[in-house]
Design a protein around this ligand. Structure first.
Ligand code: MSP
Length: 662
């Protein structure tokens, strides 16, 4: 029986353009939808635009146009942008649409009929930027300044309808206890619990000072509070009874950490008040962190300069969209803040995508005959297939836990094993010895394994998956409800099918192109100050350094730091690598049963003899890095540099290998 999977993004404010931050959430939702569709689930992905509120009314007035006209224009941009990033939402909700307005009025009536909405007076502080009320305690003093928008909150005093949020504290806390994974990551669940436990006040849910909103049923002097209006979209999109029966309740709401409270406190409380049972509430609210670009906050100018669609087109006209999707999902692990940059995109394009993935196909093409032979595995092939099965299992677990980053890490471990396989199986040498049966066995095993990988990467890179499949002589993927296409077992290629030679999927960028891309997609100069840049100091208070210190990176939490596994290591073998004059190949004892292979870029600073026996600091849990030609590094040495002098960070002799560095 197929399961349903209903994933949503926040609906985006239309006073902004689609940018890398909103693209991140939308791509993540699309990835999860595609994964579940491949598994045979009945997947539904909802996004849309949040169009009401004072902010939009004011923007329309400034431009001298009607609010609806502004909303129509900007909402269209969002609707047209997502498909250009490979996202295929099943529905797009607009809060100014008639169906949404009918739905949200219905929800209001249900709550009012049950007695949890009443008329009163509101006097307080309101930030138009957030469309949110604040207490003085929550604002920066002096001046009641909004901590997010850095503008003073406005004092508003008006008649208002109130929602009896105070009635729901206990039931919410009970619900969280019984559904401990309702909010993820766990730390965020704790934040929500303590907010609710500290006491909930009734919430003002209507305004009379502007009219760009959904009228309150029976009292059109009032329009609904935008968050009541906006949150309801997840329900109003399913007004058709058959759709509602099929998809309600939502499986996962993807949200930024800034809007967690609305989704994890107000939204379930509204639904409880409208008569929904606990089982009918959304299953999960997954809060992700914020994305910076090259260490810079997503300011207005950055949003305009680094359009995700323009970036995708520039990186590769054929598969750039998939490259951006891959980099967004790979570089920023869900839940944490993360940085994205053109350097990151270019390096992942060349290494992860070109060298490690795309190249696999091109390494077997020269040996492919007219048709693929039946499988004829030896022990190496058994290992190759086992690595693919492990990758598929681990990736599935990660996708099921809504963690595309972890899924990609697992898939790339498998792809690295596939590269190591080709090196060991060496079809070129089998050919040299005239062993064509062995050549055929290698090509077939590799082609069948690559088929499995095209399925695994398809949620993130649907275009790439199809291009590779075409070159493998395979049909396009056609996910269907109830039919699990995830690759665990038999390949689907028809016997005697052919590999089709094609152009590389990720052709190398030549140096000039890469430099031009860097130039074009660097943060604009007004963004040039990185986050947490040290405060400017005068020459009186500080001596002038001869070399400018490296720019400070964005602040990280202790949790981020605790993920790093740094240990004492001892270099037990060291040698140069032919034709790689910057690299040394090392074996480093970090207290494990066998020493690790580490490829270190220190050959210009140290000879193998100088480094042998050194006691050093090693980053042990960095994802393995493939340098090509079977050279994979399983860790990184810590080194510091100044004025082009590079020195390994030394560790005192009394510490045995494997001692943690904290
Ligand atoms: N309209 C509300 C949501 C209503 S949902 C019922 C809203 N809109 S928003 O356009 O301001 O933000 C939408 C989402 O984009 C939020 O989840 C926000 O966290 C996310 N992001 C905005 N900038 C971002 C980054 N730089 N990085 C990651 N996500 C970011 O809030």
């Amino acid at each position: 029986m197929s399961r349903t999977f209903y994933v949503s993004t926040p609906i985006y404010y239309i006073n902004d353009v689609p940018h890398l931050g909103s693209a991140y959430t939308t791509v993540a939702a699309d990835v999860l939808r595609r994964y579940h569709a491949l598994r045979g689930d009945d997947a539904f992905f909802l996004t849309g635009t949040d169009e009401h509120g004072l902010k939009i009314q004011r923007a329309a007035e400034e431009r001298g146009i009607a609010s609806q006209a502004l909303a129509d224009d900007v909402s269209r941009i969002f609707e047209e942008t997502w498909p250009q990033l490979g996202c295929a939402p099943n529905d797009f909700v607009r809060t100014s649409s008639e169906r949404h307005k009918r739905g949200v009025q219905e929800l209001w009536k249900r709550i009012a009929d049950r007695g949890d909405i009443y008329l009163g007076h509101y006097e307080g502080l309101y930030c138009v930027g957030c469309e949110g009320y604040y207490t003085e305690k929550e604002l920066e003093q002096p001046g009641n300044v909004c901590p997010i928008h850095k503008k003073p909150a406005e004092v508003v005093k008006e008649e208002s309808y109130f929602f009896r949020l105070s009635n729901y504290g206990e039931r919410l806390l009970r619900f969280y206890e019984e559904h401990p994974t309702f909010v993820e990551p766990e730390g965020r669940m704790n934040e929500v619990k303590s907010f609710v436990a500290s006491g909930l006040q009734d919430l003002s849910v209507s305004r009379t000072t502007f009219n760009w909103g959904v009228p309150v049923p029976g009292d059109p002097r009032h329009v609904m509070y935008v968050w009541f209006d906006a949150l309801s979209n997840y329900w109003t999109a399913l007004q058709e009874p058959s759709k509602h029966a099929r998809y309600w309740p939502p499986t996962v709401h993807l949200v930024g950490k800034d809007i967690l409270r609305f989704h994890a406190v107000y939204w379930p409380a509204f639904l409880m008040a409208a008569g929904f049972s606990d089982a009918e509430l959304p299953k999960k609210v997954l809060a992700h962190g914020f994305l910076t670009y090259g260490g810079h906050k997503m300011s207005k100018s950055l949003r305009n300069t680094v359009s995700p669609v323009a970036l995708a087109e520039a990186v590769s006209p054929s598969v750039g969209v998939d490259v951006v999707r891959y980099c967004l999902m790979r570089s920023i692990s869900f839940g944490n803040d993360g940085d994205f940059s053109i350097d990151d995109v270019l390096s992942r394009y060349g290494t992860d995508l070109g060298n490690t993935f795309g190249n696999l196909l091109h390494r077997i093409h020269p040996f492919a005959g007219e048709t693929l032979a039946p499988a004829n595995d030896g022990p190496l092939e058994a290992d190759l297939r086992a690595a693919a099965r492990t990758a598929a299992r681990a990736a599935a677990e990660a996708f099921d836990a809504s963690s595309p980053t972890r899924a990609l890490e697992a898939i790339w471990l498998g792809l690295m094993a596939a590269n190591a396989y080709i090196d060991k199986a060496a079809p070129w040498s089998a050919r040299k010895h005239g062993d064509e049966a062995r050549v055929a066995a290698i090509v077939t095993a590799m082609a069948e394994t690559l088929e499995a990988y095209t399925v695994m990467v398809a949620p993130v890179m649907p275009k790439v998956a199809e291009l590779m499949r075409a070159q493998l002589g395979l049909e396009a993927l056609t996910p269907a409800i109830g039919r699990d296409a995830w690759p665990f077992e038999t390949p689907t290629r028809v016997p005697e099918s052919k590999l089709v030679k094609g152009d590389p999927v990720f052709p190398r960028h030549d140096k000039d192109v890469a430099a031009a891309l860097k130039q074009q997609f660097s943060p604009p100069s007004e963004d040039a100050k990185p986050m947490n840049a040290p405060a400017e100091t005068t020459t009186e208070s500080r001596p002038v350094a001869t070399t400018a210190p490296a720019e400070m990176k964005a602040e990280i939490s202790y949790e981020d730091f605790a993920k790093i596994d740094l240990r004492v290591g001892v270099v037990v073998a060291a040698e140069r690598i032919p034709r790689k004059d910057r690299l040394l190949s090392l074996k480093v004892d970090v207290g494990e049963p066998a020493p690790r292979s580490i490829i270190a870029g220190i050959a210009l600073a140290y000879t193998p003899e100088e480094v042998l026996g050194k006691r050093i600091a090693v980053l042990c849990n960095l994802a393995p890095r493939d340098f090509g030609k079977g050279l994979v590094s399983h860790g990184m040495l810590m080194a510091a540099s100044h004025d082009s002098v590079l020195k390994l960070v030394a560790v005192p002799d009394e510490l045995p290998p494997g001692s943690p560095i904290k």
